[in-house]
Design a protein around this ligand. Structure first.
Ligand code: PAF
Length: 277
């Protein structure tokens, strides 16, 4: 497995690659959810590049940038086992050198859901992903459905900025008790870890109502809200039932919907979602 730190090192490697390049952008502290993206890229591409960069511009000052979990040695081991060809680990200074002042913003799609509570977040995400795309120039890029709004926003950016990239969105990977895998699960105490299953429990219960024929979005959201409130350690920040493409709230589900939520378990903010087809 090759490694690169600087943009020059990455470009030197990139210039020698023939065939389809797949990029898996990550912030490290990898878990099986990330590895599923690498495996998908491995199965579809000739050369798989994984970037590891904890992007400071997508964290608000009040958020967990300084405590975000990191373990590069373990990440390298997992990536090697998954057949990664190259790991790129740029530094803050490389990605945002002194005087940096250029930003990519996607308008409407970044306003609802996560955008209501993390107003600067997507500007940071789209800026860094555009920079990763520019340097790596992959033909394919792999993201997780767990960050459903991020996937929609990046897809919009790819279209609007004419990146010649096929974006692949891979399913959420869950623990045995259905907690969606996330690097932030590492923050949870044992009791909080148990309580965190309330996210998927409530989403799956709403999904069952949907399968039984319920199409009223308020009824589904109310069901989620009640189930989350039954867990004393959980604090629901939002629950949404939105059109999966526009991310605008719907009243009645006519052609599928994205049910999504953010919940605080103690100080840890967790998100989860399910697509109603
Ligand atoms: O999903 C993530 O891990 C990050 O938001 C990403 C896409 C790597 C950009 O920093």
């Amino acid at each position: 497995m090759n490694t690169a730190t600087t943009i020059e090192e990455l470009r030197n490697e990139r210039n020698q690659i023939k065939g389809i390049v797949g990029l898996v952008p990550t912030m490290g502290y990898l878990h099986p959810g990330h590895i599923s993206l690498v495996e998908k890229a491995r199965s579809e591409c000739d050369y798989v590049i994984v970037s590891i960069f904890v992007n400071p511009t997508q964290f608000a000052p009040s958020e967990d940038l300084s405590s975000y979990p990191r373990d590069l040695q373990q990440d390298f081991k997992y990536l090697e086992e998954a057949g990664t060809d190259l790991v790129w680990t740029p530094t803050d200074q490389i990605m945002y050198p002194h005087g940096y002042q250029t930003w990519i913003t996607v308008d409407q799609l970044t306003q609802p859901l996560e955008g209501q509570f993390r107003p600067e977040h997507f500007r940071g995400v789209t800026t860094i992903v555009a920079k990763l795309f520019n340097v790596v120039q992959p033909q394919c890029a792999y993201f997780g459905q767990k960050d459903a709004q991020q996937a929609a926003v990046i897809q919009r950016m790819i279209i609007d900025l004419d990146f010649p990239i096929n974006m692949v969105v891979c399913p959420i990977i869950r623990e045995a008790d259905n907690l969606a895998m996330s690097s932030r699960n590492a923050y949870l105490s044992d009791a909080q870890r148990k309580a965190a299953t309330i996210l998927s429990k409530s989403l799956f219960a709403a999904h069952r109502l949907y399968e039984e024929g319920e199409r009223n979005a308020t009824v589904l959201k109310e069901s989620i809200s009640q189930i989350v409130q039954s867990e004393p350690l959980a604090n629901l920040q939002y629950v949404s039932c939105a059109d999966p493409l526009s991310l605008q709230e719907v009243d009645k589900i006519t052609s599928g919907a994205l049910l999504s939520m953010a919940v605080y378990i103690g100080k840890t903010r967790l998100i989860d979602n399910i697509l109603l087809k």
